[in-house]
Design a protein around this ligand. Sequence first.
Ligand SMILES: [Fe+2]
Length: 178
Amino acid sequence: MPNKDKKNATSAEREAPAGRNAPGVTEGMRAFVSDTYMLLAKTQSCHWNMRGPDFIGLHKLTEEQYNELFVAVDELAERIRALDELAPNSVREMMELSRLEELSAAPSTAEVIDILAADNQAMAGRAKELAEEADEAGDPATHDMLAARVEAHQKAAWLLRAHHPHGNGRSTTAMAGR
Ligand SMILES: [Fe+2]
């Protein structure tokens, strides 16, 4: 199989500036915005439909969290526009791009903690990976925005776990999948 060397690169590829608007970063941001929107919807539906012990505490916490996500998703999507790419255009597109699983049934309060804490932990990991990509692409503004999301998602996961009646607030291996 012949090697594709630099001689065969198109002129656009040769002249593509390193740094701003790196395609991998904007594509990653589009998926991250979609994940954020899905987590917002999932957090809000838990706020409405969950049942069980400490309902009021978790009802208030999930409200704080979906409000925080609502502000964050706007900033993330506008960063994509500032990089001269389009943010996801529809809920359908975001569902296709998102890597989070939808809720299939109304959860108990204990399930809410496990599901949303695992989702937030996964989001923190994705934000960290994408922040590193942005840094390598010479895009410190996107890096810093994503670094702030690492902190926000790790804090959200901790606050959820701290509500667990039998937990100690530390991370568990319990994963979502619901
Ligand atoms: Fe509410």
